[in-house]
Design a protein around this ligand. Structure first.
Ligand SMILES: Nc1ncnc2c1ncn2[C@@H]1O[C@H](COP(=O)(O)OP(=O)(O)OP(=O)(O)O)[C@@H](O)[C@H]1O
Ligand SMILES: [Mg+2]
Length: 272
């Protein structure tokens, strides 16, 4: 075996680009003035080509952190930059552009069930001017690209099926193809495998990690299952009560290192 194929070996890992695509410093978030802080002093950099797993108990702030990156949650203080966009000093129209650059994948897939798989993927191109002609049909070039993406995620044979007739794992792969149709510069996947069986969970996470590498974009994925994070990420960030309590390269972490993420305070009792 040649060393060139050993992607996880630190000695041959590609050098990380100097500039992070996502840069978060001292981020605090509260949803309303009288509410407690949901995120408290968060630092996070995401680099092109890496898959970063976000761990944390329910309510620790994972979804909120993802939402701040697309302007769906408020930045109470701190710095949040995604590409060239400063989320704390948004100019008119910037948010729409940012959101069209970010591919999102959700636990419940969020497909339009009555539409074909192909059309669902094509909706990923709708943010672009001219994607649909006057007759309401998609451009031929986009259709070819959507089919190629379905082939890439392994379900080209389902292109004409109604999305609702697909299994959960197949639907999630359609959702990933739809996100790729946007030509994203960042993918945010909020618990993308929480509704899938263990085998399909691994298939979907492998797909996301290969996308990070091949497209040279960061993929941030929140997970609840520790072994999945350890097997399918380049870096792990652990949130607890809105604070990052663990952050490091996956190959340098084990379950013991990650224990603080799930520690329950004596005072918390059964609340969570
Ligand atoms: N729109 C909102 N308005 C007010 N509070 C909110 C809002 N969204 C989330 N919160 C609160 O922020 C905290 C963090 O929620 P968040 O959804 O980010 O957690 P999470 O880590 O994604 O949890 P889960 O694993 O259950 O998805 C919770 O206490 C939640 O009640
Ligand atoms: Mg969540």
């Amino acid at each position: 075996m040649t060393t060139a194929t050993v992607l996880r070996e630190p000695a041959v890992a590609a050098p990380r680009p100097a500039q992070p695509h996502v840069h978060v410093r001292d981020l605090t978030v509260r949803y309303a003035a009288q509410d407690p802080l949901v995120l408290d002093g968060v630092h996070l950099d995401l680099f092109p080509g890496e898959m970063v797993a976000l761990l944390g108990a329910s309510g620790s702030g994972k979804s909120t952190l993802m939402k701040t990156l697309t302007g769906f949650a408020p930045v109470t203080s701190g710095t949040v930059r995604v590409g060239d966009t400063d989320l704390t000093a948004l100019r008119r129209g910037q948010l729409r552009t940012l959101r069209s650059d970010v591919g999102q994948v959700f636990q419940q897939f969020n497909l339009i069930g009555r539409l074909s798989v192909l059309t669902n993927v094509l909706t990923g191109s709708l943010h672009r001017a001219g994607a649909v002609n006057l007759l309401g049909t998609f451009r031929g070039a986009d259709r070819r690209r959507a089919l190629a993406l379905l082939d890439r995620v392994g379900i080209a044979h389902k292109a004409d099926a109604e999305a609702r007739t697909l299994s959960g794992g197949q639907q999630q792969r359609v959702a990933i193809a739809r996100a790729l149709m946007q030509e994203p510069t960042l993918i945010l996947a909020d618990e993308p495998v929480a509704s899938l069986d263990p085998t399909m969970s691994r298939t979907v996470l492998e797909l996301l990690q290969s996308i990070a590498r091949e497209e040279k974009i960061p993929v941030l994925v929140s997970l609840h299952v520790l072994p999945l994070a350890l097997d399918h990420s380049d870096r792990i960030v652990g949130l607890r009560h809105g604070e990052i309590v663990v952050s490091g390269r996956t190959d340098e972490l084990d379950a013991d290192h990650l224990a603080p993420v799930y520690e329950v305070d004596a005072a918390e009792g059964e609340e969570e």
